[in-house]
Design a protein around this ligand. Structure first.
Ligand code: UDX
Length: 424
């Protein structure tokens, strides 16, 4: 069998590591470069620094094909397709911070015969401007659509692969396409700017879907409808689809808030006011804060009250707390004078410094003991499995705000809880 094309990965964060591990599992030799020596050392020992189901197993199981290094020269000597996976966090203006991408490009600028395969989410137009400045190097846009918590499955069974290149880089794009052939998925071949836009538009659309259903939830509360039933009825329409219609206390994570803001900003920079996205962001911010009102409805002033937050991660199956609703809620509750106790099965360590005076507990029961109210923030399965009759005995006031419509409402009401869901 012919040797599979070796590949390079630049930036071994979550996207880079998932990409490296999955390509290694598909039989490629992968040269993964990060600038942090301690990260490279621990990865070389098979230690994976993030919680992502299946990732550690892939890294350890493919150790012979996965080389971690700080040396860009080693990557350039061994691979010509270089997947750029560095992060692009938002700046104060809401634009994407491209300094890490720029640093990578500066290192590779003269490397004729190599191509940058851009996985990092970048503003539309980035590829064109890089090509203009560094003519010699090939450029392929290949945005990632991985969800935290199911990234390995998403990589191996993608809905589609998007590959954008201009005519000079087509031969590189063909080679990138060949890497994905074993996955047997639809491939969208297009120009660079359109590929860049697919990524931003997809995330912005999904965020819009969430803010839309959250507004339907808020109106349903007033009008006596149940948003879960409404979403079920809407979702059966093929044109709408059932996914991303789960009402809750707002979206978070490293992608949606950043990408929505980046697209809004990008439009604004061209003089176009993307009104819809302005509303999507605002609805999301208000949605987080509505929880406070739901607690106040039952408890009056929150000053001096003990409030338990169940979950810190922005969604289950991850330890990621970036842009997590829990952080806003914890700060807002403390602003109202409440004493906040939080529990998360995996995300506590990463959140410690962002929680101000909140107490992190070792178990859900410890957070709930003697509490005046509780908010379910993240739908970790273990929260549904709590003995809620026992919890009722332990809480001082049995008020629960189910921020993800995740708990068994009837059972909780039967147990004596004052239950507040979202849109029901
Ligand atoms: C997202 C995109 O799905 C992925 O394609 C992209 O590459 C990165 O951004 P991720 O951030 O991992 O992935 O999370 P996702 O599962 O999409 O959820 C994002 C947020 O939306 C979470 O806070 C989640 O709780 C919330 N959400 C999701 C809802 O509130 N309702 C829904 O119906 C779905």
């Amino acid at each position: 069998m012919p040797e599979k094309e070796p590949i390079g990965v630049i930036g071994v964060g979550w996207v880079g590591l998932c990409t490296a591990a999955c390509f290694a599992d598909l039989g490629h030799h992968v040269y993964a470069r990060d600038i942090l020596p301690e990260k490279v050392e621990s990865l070389s020992r098979g230690e994976v620094p993030m919680h992502e189901p299946g990732l550690s197993e892939l890294v350890r199981g493919n150790a012979e094909r996965l080389r971690f290094t700080t040396d860009i020269g080693e990557v350039l000597d061994n691979a010509s397709l270089l997947f750029c996976c560095v992060d692009t966090p938002p700046t104060y203006s809401g634009d994407a911070d491209l300094s890490r991408v720029e640093a990578v490009i500066a290192e590779l600028g003269g490397s004729v015969g190599h191509a940058i395969v851009m996985k990092s989410t970048v503003p539309v137009g980035t590829g064109r401007s890089i090509r203009r400045r560094f003519g010699g190097v090939g450029y392929v846009s290949n945005p990632e659509f991985l969800k935290e918590g199911s990234a390995i499955k998403d990589f191996m069974h993608p809905d589609r692969v998007v590959i954008g290149a201009d005519s000079e880089s087509e031969p590189f794009a063909d080679r990138v396409q060949a890497l994905y052939e074993p996955l047997g998925t639809s491939v969208v071949r297009t120009d660079v700017a359109s590929a860049e836009m697919v990524k931003l538009a997809s995330n912005a659309f999904l965020a819009t879907k969430i803010s839309f259903i959250n507004e339907i939830a808020n109106v349903s509360e007033e009008l006596g409808a149940d948003v879960s039933e409404v979403a079920r009825g809407m979702g059966l329409d093929d044109r709408i689809g059932p996914k991303f219609l789960q009402a809750g206390i707002g979206f978070g994570g490293s992608c949606f808030p950043k990408d929505v803001s980046a697209l809004k900003q990008l439009a604004g920079n061209t003089g176009y006011h993307f009104q819809l996205l302005t509303a999507v962001v605002e609805v999301n911010e208000l949605q987080k804060r509505r929880t406070i009102g739901k607690l106040q409805k039952h408890l009056g002033s929150l000053a001096g009250k003990e409030i338990a937050l169940l979950g810190l991660a922005f969604k289950p199956n991850t330890d990621d707390v970036r842009e997590a609703t829990s952080l806003v809620l914890s700060a807002r509750l403390q602003g109202e004078g409440a004493n906040v106790r939080v529990f998360d099965p995996v995300a506590a360590d990463g959140a410690r410094e962002m929680l101000g005076g909140a107490t992190i507990t070792d178990s859900a029961l410890e957070a709930l003991e003697g509490a005046d109210g509780a908010v379910l923030v993240t739908e970790w399965p273990e929260f549904a499995e709590l003995d809620w009759v026992d919890v009722h005995q332990r809480m001082r006031v049995p008020v629960i705000v189910d921020g993800r419509n995740f708990l068994d409402r009837e059972a909780l009401v039967a147990a004596g809880f004052r239950y507040e869901g979202i849109g029901r």
